[in-house]
Ligand binder design. Structure first.
Ligand code: C2E
Ligand code: MG
Ligand code: MG
Ligand code: MG
Length: 287
């Protein structure tokens, strides 16, 4: 194998992480085209309020159906897009699609909050706030209908720059959420300098909440701390009813996960909302 020099010394050369590998370069030029053609799609996953049993909103999750490679998971191509600066057109595409959908839902009387994921590089882009407000204007949405999800690591990469972008967007009315909370290196006390509305507990803590006492303690403490700091809490990765009840007992506000629905195409999500099998059930059980 080859060795690449880093500050720490020598690292093993890993082809999978080489931005210049032929597969990567090809995929990135294809991603450019995918944005214009219809290979990209937003899937939607419900966020349900434990207190009211109502649908609070939906997270938009990006899907790439590649003509030859088939489905490429977002975790894979978003990292590549970050490194090759393709992330900006990608993020703008996602925002536009999500805002269009939000406008439609609100026109239909569905008072849903749409959650959109942002990347590290987005939070370093001084043009982002104006671009976002341009998309809001052209789609006719109100910023209050949108929750922007960011991760601890995307903030901590360059906290001052990130804070400036976040503050500008928040000043326009956009709400912010910390995604995958607990997996990065930051304290909630530090994050409190950010104008945050929501904290999402990473699903790695949620998955074993019934069997791992430490995870239950962590989840409980995080919920209490977040509430004391004025944030609402969403648990991600809620896969069954028992986990939902446990979270409810700890005062968690919102839940999201396969127990309610898998991320699904817009058409399927619209059907799912219409059938609404969870709504009465969650409401009765948690009240
Ligand atoms: P995320 O924002 O933390 O999204 C939650 C992920 O957990 C989604 O994976 C979702 O499908 C999955 N998930 C939801 N409920 C459950 C559950 O009950 N059990 C399990 N095992 N998994 C569950 P997905 O859709 O593959 O997305 C992965 C990540 O890719 C996202 O994590 C987010 O970081 C990123 N991503 C997705 N869409 C976008 C996008 O439009 N822009 C950016 N920048 N990142 C995105
Ligand atoms: Mg997210
Ligand atoms: Mg998450
Ligand atoms: Mg996650």
């Amino acid at each position: 194998f080859m060795a690449a020099k880093s500050n720490e010394g020598y690292a093993i050369y890993e082809p999978a992480f080489d931005d210049h590998s032929p597969r990567r370069l090809t995929l990135m030029s294809e991603l450019r085209r995918a944005i214009e053609s219809s290979q990209l799609e937003l899937y939607y996953q419900a966020k349900v309020s434990l207190q009211s049993g109502q649908l609070f909103g939906a997270e938009a999750l990006l899907r790439w159906q590649h003509p030859r490679h088939g489905f490429i998971p977002p975790d894979e191509f978003i990292i590549m897009a970050e490194r090759t600066r393709m992330i900006k057109p990608l993020t703008l595409w996602v925002l536009k699609e999500a805002f269009k959908q939000s406008a439609l839902w609100h026109a239909q009387g569905k008072d849903l909050i749409i959650s959109v994921n942002l990347s590290t590089r987005d939070l370093h882009d001084p043009e982002l706030p104006d671009l976002v407000s341009g998309i809001a204007a052209s789609t006719g949405i109100r910023p209050e209908w949108v929750m922007l999800e960011i991760t601890e690591s995307s903030i901590m990469t360059d906290p001052d720059r990130a804070l400036e972008i976040i503050k500008r967007l928040n000043g326009m009315g956009y709400q912010f959420s910390i995604d995958d909370y607990g997996t990065g290196y930051s304290s909630l006390a530090y994050l409190k300098k950010m104008p945050l509305a929501e904290l999402k507990i990473d699903r790695s803590f949620v998955a074993e909440i019934l069997t791992n006492e430490n995870d239950e303690v962590i989840v409980n403490a995080t919920i209490n701390l977040a509430h004391n700091l004025g944030l609402h809490v969403t648990a991600e990765g809620v896969e069954n009813e028992a986990i939902m009840h446990k979270l409810s007992a700890h005062g968690c506000d919102l839940v999201q996960g396969y127990f309610f629905n898998q991320p699904m195409s817009l058409a399927d999500f619209e059907c799912w909302m219409q059938e609404n099998p969870w709504q009465a059930a969650v409401y009765q059980r948690s009240s």
